[in-house]
Design a protein around this ligand. Structure first.
Ligand code: XBP
Ligand code: MG
Length: 227
């Protein structure tokens, strides 16, 4: 079956966003009077739990505490999302090499472009506006994000949702990921997957990937992605 769509992870794949997420988490904790602070090495471990609310609950559980309760974490996560949006809107975030050109070339070749991410929809919007100067709907044909699925990556649900919205079987698409959790999710949905490791995922196991490329520049792409 011919290639009809590309499905992109967001954080770490389209852009190196995790430092902005970490900053937003830490500033939200401080503003809420919570004495949590996630260092780069803490965050490298914490990223194994996908989803911001899930990550905060996991951290609380690891401390052996009951507080903040899940409802308070959900509220704090809303504030974190707002803060992340401000940080991204403030500029300084660039698309990773090759991303813009690959999407443009694929679109010109008639492919559709989708997103399958663990992050919230407002964060996809913030990134699209900051990096493309357009709303997310003008950049992506399909967006499957955050809490739209009950089981986040490494479960296959979010990639399966993107495929369902594209109305395509997995053979007609290629997934782009930067993390082992994302790779497991995409492979679980039956997708061929290209991994481009990011700063926080360089030590992950990508042995299940169809391709591993240092970035998405044309020179590094496999033949399947030459249009
Ligand atoms: C990465 C994540 C996200 C972000 C934070 O997802 O695990 O949780 O770190 O975003 P992906 P939220 O690489 O699949 O985009 O706080 O909105 O969850
Ligand atoms: Mg990612």
């Amino acid at each position: 079956m011919s290639l009809r769509a590309l499905i992109f992870d967001v954080d770490g794949t389209l852009a190196e966003t995790e430092e902005a997420h970490r900053q937003a988490f830490n500033e939200t904790f401080a503003a809420g009077g919570l004495d949590w602070h996630w260092s780069v090495s803490d965050y490298t471990q914490l990223l194994r739990t996908t989803g911001g609310k899930e990550r905060m609950r996991r951290y609380r559980d690891g401390l052996g505490f009951r507080d903040p309760a899940d409802a308070a974490i959900a509220l704090m996560h809303q504030r974190k999302t707002a803060r992340y949006g401000e940080i991204v809107a403030g500029g300084g975030l660039a698309l990773r090499p090759g991303v813009r050109a690959l999407i443009d070339v694929a679109r010109s070749a008639g492919l559709r472009i989708a997103v399958a991410t663990t992050t919230n929809r407002p964060n996809v919007e913030a990134l699209s506006r900051a990096c493309w100067g357009k709303p997310a709907d003008a950049v992506f044909d399909v967006i499957a994000a955050g809490d739209e699925v009950s089981a986040k990556k490494p479960a296959p649900d979010v990639f399966a949702l993107a495929l369902a919205r594209l109305d395509l079987p997995p053979e007609a698409a290629i997934a782009f990921e930067d993390s082992e959790n994302g790779l497991r999710s995409a492979k679980g949905a039956g997708l061929r997957t290209l991994v481009t490791p990011s700063t926080y995922t360089a030590r992950d196991d990508f042995s299940a990937a169809d391709w591993v490329c240092r970035d998405l520049s044309a020179a590094h792409l496999p033949d399947a992605l030459r249009f």
